[in-house]
Design a protein around this ligand. Structure first.
Ligand SMILES: [Ca+2]
Length: 403
């Protein structure tokens, strides 16, 4: 989940100085929780989900990244799933492997480069659906964010979904604690169009290890709706409806939409209008409740960002670094969506949390702990973090204080 675009913390429009601290204090949910509650339930302590593993530190979606997340204390590791040409589920953020592997440097694969439509948008690169698993195993992962550690590039293989599950179970047994998994079906409609549907394989992998059941430490997530509705008929594993957007207008704090981040792609294909945010209205949540156990909204739906505006009405470079981005904005919480979701028995997991100062709103004063505190106080049941150690530290402190 979580395209780099929205999550890089750099809305395209400009911004401001912030300071409003936690309008959220008033929103405090305040109901007690239990350490005995079922893993990931509404009553349990909030989950820390290692987003693509510990992707702030180790190249994403590698066994090493997931292992590091577990060492950092993450409760759950998150593999995004795409299909190889021979129908094997592997962990990659996108079918296009150009940004996260060394495939473009491999002369033997040069002829595989092409431009295709993914969810209606041109995409150029090397697609997992054109490579066998054996070929993909010859590739090596690289860090997707240019401003993060590049020294581990070229070291690690691309894991299969089965290998990710095996790691979670092996580490969970070794550590004596539950390590969950949070697979995302990436571009499910597109995969069907390639003749490589994801869902049968996903359920088969869970069946093999005894995790295709309601109380398994497993959440299946998707930005599309039709595949989740179909999965509901086939599995009791917890399902989570992801809710995307394009950006935020920092002048107003309003969520903005643009294709392909305007609505679930299955809606576009079916001619359904409206936007992702429709899933978060009371009526939308009622609909989600008919097939899912939770929602996974982009964090800006829960805590938006607003710029300080100059006399001309334009965002101000509050920290004076020459760039206008979230580091110049105030973080403003609103608990309406969390309350409405919880009132319907839906859990709420939100994304993506990143520790770099330029990816933190000015409100947090370069301290990621302040951001986690705001969201836990708002009542979320889980956070997807690129830096699970920071998330775990603040979750533990928050939970201890509350109970
Ligand atoms: Ca700035």
């Amino acid at each position: 989940m979580d395209p780099i675009r929205s999550n890089a913390g750099t809305p395209r429009v400009a911004t401001v100085l912030a300071t409003t601290l936690l309008g959220a204090a008033a929103l405090l949910a305040g109901c007690g929780g239990s350490d005995e509650a079922p893993f990931g339930s509404a009553e349990a302590r909030p989950l820390v989900i290692g987003h693509r593993g510990a992707s702030g530190t180790v190249p994403e979606h590698t066994l090493e990244s997931y292992r590091r997340a577990i060492e950092m204390g993450a409760d759950v590791i998150e593999p995004d799933l795409v299909s190889t040409k021979d129908g094997v589920l592997i962990a990659r953020h996108e079918p296009n492997m150009i940004a996260t592997t060394d495939v473009a440097d491999r002369p033997e694969f040069a002829t595989r480069r092409k431009t295709i439509k993914v969810d209606g948008v041109d995409d150029t690169g090397f697609f997992a659906s054109d490579f066998t698993l054996a070929e993909i195993k010859t590739l090596r992962a690289k860090q997707a964010f240019a401003d993060r550690d590049q020294t581990q590039n070229g070291k690690y293989q691309i894991p299969t979904f089965d290998e990710v599950i095996a790691l979670a179970q092996e580490r969970g047994n070794a550590l004596g604690r539950t390590i969950g998994i949070y697979p995302e079906t990436k571009h499910p409609t597109w995969h069907v169009e390639q003749g490589l549907p994801l869902e049968d394989k996903l359920l088969a992998s869970l069946d093999k290890v005894g995790w295709n059941r309601a109380d398994a430490p497993v959440f299946i997530q998707s930005f599309e709706t039709a595949n989740l509705k179909a999965l509901r008929q086939r599995t009791k594993v917890r399902l989570v409806q992801l809710v995307d957007a394009d950006d935020v207008n920092p002048r107003t704090g309003a969520i903005t939409y643009a294709a392909p981040f305007d609505r679930p792609y299955d809606w576009t294909k079916a001619g359904r209008t409206g936007f992702f945010g429709d899933l978060l209205t009371p009526a939308g949540l009622d609909e989600v409740k008919t097939y899912a156990d939770g929602i996974g909204p982009w964090k800006r739906y829960l805590v938006t960002v607003k710029a300080t505006l100059n006399a001309a009405g334009n965002p101000v470079d509050a920290n004076g670094d020459g760039a206008i981005n979230e580091a110049d904005f105030a973080a403003v919480a609103d608990d309406t969506i969390v309350r409405n979701a919880k009132a319907r028995g839906l859990i709420v997991h939100t994304w993506t949390f990143r520790s770099e100062p330029r990816r933190l709103a000015a409100t947090y004063a370069n301290d990621p702990a302040k951001e986690y505190e705001q969201f836990f106080t708002l009542g979320v049941n889980g956070v997807f973090s690129d830096f699970p150690d920071a998330a775990v530290a603040q979750r533990n402190a928050w939970w201890a204080r509350r109970n």
